[in-house]
Design a protein around this ligand. Structure first.
Ligand code: 6R9
Length: 668
């Protein structure tokens, strides 16, 4: 493997920076590296890890140990044992030491397109050290939790890296969560410090974050978790008409505290298996699950996945529309690109504000090479029309990436043809907060025959297994099969536990199918060995004995030219068990007629079969979504069944007005 790795690095170096050979230039290189990653994971990852700085090297053998089979004892995963490192050192100091300190590290634009900042690598390192010094002067030390509730400003990745430098675990809470949810997360991680901002503009709406933090801090204190420091960044635009509430005993302005700190803060050398951060999973019911990642394994898994899956190399310009409040923002906006020495492009507002051309103008302005987004944003961008991307020069693009939900064929083609001009691979990556890195991927290599809507093939170290949903037995390893997706073995960036609840970690992920990691997703593999995610297994609909993935019906609907977006749920049905209920957003509201219902039904009948035809099509000028863009199916189920009084927690809804509108349209 080492020779192949060297060979692929040489190939890379030999190529011009604009059109270069991908690391996995041939199928043979991928096959051979993949094989080695399964047969000898310790040797394989050990070699790749040498591309990072280790203050103390881990031994070539004996650094890896694991058990994921509850029948043999507790779940425990360890990589690079004996090694010490620091992610912030690998993301920043390494590049500054290599003479790249003056290169841009973060290119930021605010909600208002004229608000722009360029922060070079050296500056980011200085700011990280200043913040580490301040946090440490306030008592934050290795192993402590720090809550970050910041909008998408450069200070957000800076805050993450400052925690990483100290060895404190950051818990980034998406700055769209309510005070209740924030308090719940502060209490769960036992954090004493919150890093926040006065507010943020979202489109035309100011959101006063500090007020939300104040409420959360009060709630957390009532629940026995006092906050001792709130560091607040002043964001002037959000403050025009209001004064930031202030509690002098714990609040401190960023601009008062941080600039005067020293720019030297030696990284804490952490054991590879120390905790790097925790991140609460989105949309989970009940007590939030604080997914905990490691230092060494997360760093190597994420860094290497950026190189191999998205072809990121030093100097590349990477634009991700993800928010750091979610795992995609952690792995593929902040940590991964910086571990690869790239420049990150950050957008601090809504990607469709002020119009559908915003993202494309940014691609042109910064000569973006890798563009990373989610299907939901793609669908809204395509709904806004082709004229917008046509206005911008998108020729710098080389890799189009997406994650988070299944991508329907229509969106895939639009992405591939309209945005990538049919030259850029569409890397529709399947992964999860818990997996840390991309797991199933259409490889961004000319030899790889990507299929629209498929999540591709396994990345190194990933052993997908499809189980029969009812018996739990393994389905054949080759040929077309469909069932529940589980993963065998381990990979470096897999989460290590749930904060404060290792038993829950074991029960949720390793108890359902002994010996495997349970993904919660349904999946099919086709004859060519490509994996297709069919949706969460809890989102599967069973209609008259036919098991139908909601994603399948959605994809069929959105394939129709008039349909912009669809969300399908199952509703109880006396005869069939469940009936298919589809919320549909059309490209033009004037088409919301029964004739159009028939056209769409006929289309689904044609694409999947008569059993998949929705019983109900409910017109939805918009769908209820979380700020991370996930459709809130729980809310849709309540609306469909007329139980709107029992909507539950809707604090994560991006636009609360959508619910009212959908209720009015029921039966219309
Ligand atoms: C990265 C992220 C994880 C769940 C996952 C699955 C869905 C993610 C997908 C996808 C189809 C893809 N998912 N990527 N479904 N195709 N390419 O989104 O993490 O927020 O933890 O969500 O998202 O259902 O289980 P997370």
């Amino acid at each position: 493997m080492q020779r192949l790795e060297v060979l692929s690095r040489q190939l890379t170096a030999a190529c011009a920076t604009t059109d270069r050979t991908p690391l996995l230039a041939t199928k043979e290189i991928y096959d051979s590296m993949y094989r080695k990653s399964i047969e000898d994971p310790e040797g394989f990852w050990g070699e790749l890890a040498l591309g990072y700085h280790w203050q103390e090297k881990f031994p070539a053998r004996g650094h890896m140990q694991y058990n994921v089979d509850l029948r043999r004892g507790n779940v425990d995963v360890q990589f690079f044992r004996g090694g010490t490192t620091n992610i912030s050192y690998n993301a920043l100091d390494r590049w500054v030491a290599a003479g790249r300190g003056d290169e841009p590290c973060i290119l930021w634009e605010g909600n208002d397109e004229s608000e722009r900042r360029t922060v070079i690598y050296r500056q980011v390192l200085d700011d990280v050290c200043r913040l580490s010094n301040w946090m440490s002067s306030r008592g934050v030390k290795k192993g402590d939790s720090v809550t970050i509730y910041l909008p998408m400003v450069p200070e957000l990745p800076i805050a993450m890296l400052a925690c990483a430098r100290i060895g404190a675990m950051h818990s980034v809470v998406f700055a769209g969560f309510s005070a209740d949810s924030l308090a719940q997360r502060i209490v769960d991680c036992k954090g004493k410090m919150v890093l926040t901002a006065s507010g943020v503009m979202r489109g035309t709406k100011p959101v006063l974050l500090k007020t939300i933090v104040d409420d959360a801090v009060k709630l957390a204190a009532k629940q026995g978790q006092p906050t001792t420091s709130v560091l607040c960044l002043e964001v002037a635009t959000a403050l025009r008409a209001s004064v930031t509430p202030w509690n002098p005993s714990i609040d401190i302005w960023w601009h008062d505290a941080i600039p005067k700190q020293s720019t030297v803060f030696p990284p804490t050398w952490l054991d590879a298996e120390d905790r790097s951060f925790l991140l609460y999973t989105s949309g989970s019911t009940g007590k939030p699950k604080g997914v905990v990642h490691s230092v060494g394994g997360y760093m190597v898994g994420v860094g290497e996945s950026c190189r191999y899956l998205y072809d990121m190399r030093p100097g590349d310009i990477v634009f991700s529309t993800a928010d750091c409040g979610w795992i995609t923002g952690h792995s593929y906006l902040a940590y991964g690109p910086l571990l690869c020495g790239c420049t990150i492009v950050m957008l601090g507002g809504i990607p469709t504000h002020p119009d559908g051309g915003r993202c494309w103008r940014m691609v042109e302005r910064y000569k973006v090479r890798q563009f990373y987004t989610a299907p939901t944003l793609l669908r809204s961008l395509l709904q806004l029309g082709d004229a917008w991307p046509r206005k911008s020069d998108l020729t710098s693009l080389r890799v189009l990436a997406s994650a988070g939900e299944p991508m329907n064929e229509h969106a895939w083609h639009w992405f591939h043809e309209m945005i990538g001009n049919a030259r850029c691979p569409v890397v529709d990556t399947w992964w999860q907060t818990e997996t840390g890195m991309g797991m199933l991927i259409p490889l961004p290599c000319p030899w790889f025959d990507a299929k629209p809507g498929a999540a591709g093939v396994p990345f190194f170290g990933v052993q997908p297994v499809i189980l029969d949903a009812t018996t739990g037995s393994e389905l054949p390893a080759t040929g077309a099969v469909e069932g529940v997706l589980v993963l065998k073995g381990v990979w470096p960036s897999m989460a290590r536990t749930l904060y404060g609840d290792h038993e829950r970690w074991e029960q949720v992920y390793f108890a359902p199918y002994k010996g495997y990691y349970f993904t919660g997703d349904g999946c099919r593999r086709d004859e060519d060995g490509h994996y297709w995610i069919t949706g969460r297994v809890d989102d599967v609909i069973n209609v008259s004995g036919h098991r139908i993935g909601t994603a399948e019906v959605e994809s069929a609907l959105t394939e129709h030219a008039d349909c912009a977006e669809a969300a399908v749920i199952g509703v109880d049905h006396a005869l069939k068990g469940q009936a298919i209920y589809a919320f549909v957003t059309l490209r033009g509201m004037e088409h919301q007629t029964d004739a159009m219902r028939k056209i769409l039904n006929d289309h689904v009948r044609k694409v999947i079969g008569p059993f998949a035809v929705p019983d109900t099509i409910h017109w939805a000028p918009a769908l209820p979504k979380t700020r991370s863009g996930k459709i809130m199916r729980r809310v849709l189920r309540k609306i469909a069944s007329g139980q709107e009084k029992e909507l539950g927690d809707v604090s994560t809804l991006a636009e609360p007005g959508v619910v009212e509108m959908l209720i009015k349209l029921r039966g219309k």
